[in-house]
Design a protein around this ligand. Sequence first.
Ligand code: FES
Length: 144
Amino acid sequence: MDPNAPLPLQRRKFLMTLLAGLGALIGAASAWPVFRFLSPATAGSGSDQVLIPRGDVASGKAHFFQHRGKPAVLLQVAPGQFVAMSAVCTHLGCVVAWQETAGEFLCPCHGGRFSAEGQVLSGPPPKPLESIAVELDGDQLRVG
Ligand code: FES
């Protein structure tokens, strides 16, 4: 018998520790995609506040931009009165289009209609477009 050979009990303990470590590694590797899927988007996916020159938003016109990495729209509903909201339809997530002559948003996917303030007028959308804060800061509109 080899005097340097580990005792069977030590070998068993070593193998159990190795298997436990390997199991933990496989478990962590399997859980990571699930964790990433379930975690909310971080602030790094888009800036919180967006500055838009006031002159870019004419009365009655819509100005589309990106807010937190998603489509959003800024509108001058009356002279000097601005509203901002998500441009993502609350039904199944299509991007709404501004209908200038009708003064409302139309979703191209299933015909959902929203008022200039984002309220549901007709169609399948279950709730209004998500509102975004907007304030005038000199010649800039601070959105978000
Ligand atoms: S996704 Fe807009 S109405 Fe269906």
